[in-house]
Design a protein around this ligand. Structure first.
Ligand code: FMN
Ligand code: ATP
Length: 278
């Protein structure tokens, strides 16, 4: 998978002749609803011999425009890149959602997208919106804009994915459940354990284990408590651990023996819901 900056791709449209199925969204957490959209984007492209593109944001537009309260991210860009590449997405485009960018109307934004590749289809969810609030477009207006900007292009809208309790799965709901420490419900919505990306953070060895400062995390942390977890090392081996999350520190305690501090290279920490075998 290739990664591009949106503005760079606008200036150097290297993909302008490539037929593309495009999906646009924040995709924070990459939950089961997002996976439905992404799977359909990829399969639509493959069925037709086209390529797939995911356009996403460095900051959540809804939090920048203050229509949603600010929260830390559920996934880092490295995690998102890994998940999208493993799913089989061909191109990932990241928008720097600056004050200037937030003023673009839906039509202006879509005209830029249609200028850097041959948009054949877009896959979005029922509540998709793009463009500055006064002129924002949902799936219906999106189809109308595409009829003008890329004639023949189709907008496909898979139905909402819901929880067992019939709630619509959303990043907002995952954030809420995380702050309640409800890992089982989160794991159900993500289809995998919630993982913290440890790569960028400094840690300290103590007698008990590996200590991180919670303030250094860019990702949203669950409610303070003791969690079963697994630690993924840089060679992708997984070791079972216990994790104590407090207000200031996050302590990772090995379940068997103690680590060699010179050799340990940590990558991810997966928080496991009780009763799950992941
Ligand atoms: C160019 C542009 C593209 C946008 N794309 C998205 C998007 O893909 N997903 C999203 O949640 N919000 C996106 N937004 C933000 C929404 O369109 C909208 O501004 C935000 O949800 C607040 O609208 P509201 O006040 O009507 O809720 C985008 C905004 C702009 C300016
Ligand atoms: N449960 C769902 N089922 C199907 N599609 C979904 C679901 N949730 C989001 N989508 C779609 O996925 C794309 C990305 O959505 P977005 O990143 O805004 O997710 P979200 O979970 O709704 O986020 P938030 O809760 O922060 O508003 C959009 O096209 C959206 O409509």
């Amino acid at each position: 998978m290739k990664r591009y900056d949106f503005m760079h791709l606008s200036a150097h449209p290297v993909l302008w002749q490539v037929p593309m199925v495009v999906s646009i969204g924040v995709f924070d957490g990459i939950h089961r609803g997002h996976l439905t959209i992404l799977d359909r984007t990829i399969s639509f492209a493959k069925e037709n011999g086209w390529e797939s593109m995911v356009i996403t944001f460095d900051k959540n537009p809804k939090m920048v425009t203050k229509s949603q309260p600010y929260h830390s991210k559920l996934t880092t860009e490295a995690q998102m890149q890994e998940i999208l590449a493993n799913l089989g997405v061909n191109h990932m485009v990241v928008i720097d959602f600056s004050a200037d960018f937030s003023k673009l109307t839906a039509e202006e934004f879509l005209a830029l997208v249609c200028a850097f590749c041959q948009v054949k289809a877009m896959v979005v969810g029922e509540d998709f919106r793009c463009g500055a609030p006064a002129s924002s477009a949902g799936p219906v207006q999106l189809q109308e804009h595409l009829n003008r900007l890329s004639p023949g292009a189709i907008v496909e809208v898979p139905p909402f994915v819901r929880t067992d309790k019939r709630e619509v799965v959303s990043s907002t709901l995952v954030r809420k459940k995380l702050l309640e420490g409800a890992l089982e419900e989160i794991q159900g919505m993500l289809g995998r354990p919630y993982e913290l990306d440890l790569v960028a953070y400094p840690s300290k060895f103590t007698e008990d284990g590996l200590l991180y400062r919670t303030a250094s995390f860019m990702q949203l942390l669950p409610m303070a408590g003791v969690y079963d977890a697994y630690l993924t090392l840089s060679d992708d081996t997984k070791v079972p651990v216990k994790t104590i999350i407090g207000n200031e520190d996050l302590l990772i305690i090995p379940k068997v023996g103690m680590w060699d501090r010179k050799l340990l290279r940590t990558k991810r920490l997966g928080l496991i819901a009780k009763g799950s075998s992941s």
